[in-house]
Design a protein around this ligand. Structure first.
Ligand code: NCD
Ligand code: ZN
Length: 346
């Protein structure tokens, strides 16, 4: 097979940032995808509907109209979030989902949730109106080893949320463990999960290959090989419970290559090419369309995109860097040649 045409895909988890970074990175997602769920962990975070609307217009300004891309906005849940504002934002079509960050779990999560019961009012509203809850599923207890934080979250927090709100739609974001895969597979239809390109490609050794490799450091952190294999099986299985969410998370090169480097992999420029590589290696290219373009939209109750995109086997050379000076960002697969290439949309 030398060419693969699929329905226009969506990215159900992307970080666009703000200001100069927004202008530099949003276009990469908009070239590949029809829509993206835009994460709200800015400084300060996007909490209210008004903030989400203003951020949405900054995104539109940063993108050429010709791309016909639709950002799907999210609200960052805090213990003070106003359920009435969330309900209005969802009813007006400004907000698509709310994001739950346990406080301290990842980049810009300091204002996140410490005690899950303090957001039960918001979760009850979301359950009633059919608004998805997106979860960064890691505990933050310093006594829990960083490689166990996702698995422990399933038992300690996610199972409680699901039993308290059985009709709430929940997306467990960026799953990295066999524990999370099994949890999602054995739960009911209201729990689904996104999977990133990088967690399909790297295991935890990548961070230490011949030295410290900060561009493979992200959260949840990459795990052992057996977990990567479980995540690959889930993504390529054809199960409708797993779908595409890149977690493209750019940081300036100086913020990554630092004594205390930021977490995040910038994978937006060649995200589809990277997923295609994994699906081809697993002899599952026939499942790529459902994973990339159908399962997520169906779970979110969104119409499927109308158009198509085409991947060709003509090779992509991934640049070593994007941007210049302090704004330089290093992409995932930097310097590699990937077999597939996304044909630019007309
Ligand atoms: C993300 C970021 O930089 O905003 N980082 C990451 O490692 N994935 C936050 C997140 O999704 O955890
Ligand atoms: Zn993220």
């Amino acid at each position: 097979m030398d060419s693969l045409t699929i329905r226009t895909p969506d990215d159900f988890h992307a970080h666009f940032r703000d200001g100069a970074m927004l202008s530099n990175v949003a276009v990469f997602t908009a070239r590949q995808f029809g829509r993206a769920i835009v994460m709200p962990n800015l400084v300060p975070p996007i909490i209210t509907t008004e903030q989400a609307l203003a951020y949405k217009s900054r995104i539109s300004v940063a993108l050429p109209d010709s791309l016909q891309f639709k950002p799907l906005m999210t609200s960052y849940l805090t213990e003070d979030s106003d359920p009435a504002d969330i309900e209005r934002g969802f009813a007006d079509g400004v907000l698509t989902a709310c994001k739950l960050y346990p406080a301290g779990a990842t980049t810009n999560s300091a204002q996140g949730v410490r005690n899950i019961e303090r957001v039960y009012g918001a979760l009850a509203t979301m359950e009633r109106i059919g608004m998805p809850l997106l979860i960064h599923g890691e505990v933050t207890d310093p006594d829990i080893d960083i490689f166990d934080r996702e698995a422990v979250f399933l038992d300690r927090v996610l199972s409680r949320i699901i039993s308290a709100f059985p009709a709430l739609k929940v997306v467990l974001e960026h799953v990295t463990t066999s524990d999370a895969v099994e949890f999602v597979e054995s739960s009911g239809p209201n729990l689904a999960a996104t999977i990133t390109p990088h967690h399909l490609v790297i295991n935890r050794n990548a961070m230490f290959q011949g030295g410290l490799r900060p561009h493979f450091y992200c959260l949840p952190i990459a795990k052992r090989e057996r977990h990567r294999l479980a995540v690959r099986r889930a993504a390529t299985s054809g199960s409708s419970k797993f779908f595409l969410g890149t977690d493209s998370a750019p940081h300036r090169v100086g913020d990554k290559e630092s004594a205390c480097g930021c977490a995040g992999v910038f994978n937006a420029p060649f995200a589809l090419e990277s997923y295609a590589k994994t699906f081809e290696e697993e002899n599952a290219l026939h499942h790529l369309e459902n994973f990339a373009s159908v399962n997520g939209a169906t779970f979110y109750d969104l119409p499927l995109n109308e158009g198509t995109i085409t991947l060709e086997r003509s090779g992509s050379e991934v640049p070593l860097t994007y941007g210049t000076g302090v704004d330089t960002v290093i992409p995932f697969h930097a310097g590699e040649t990937l077999a597939w290439r996304l044909k630019p949309r007309e």
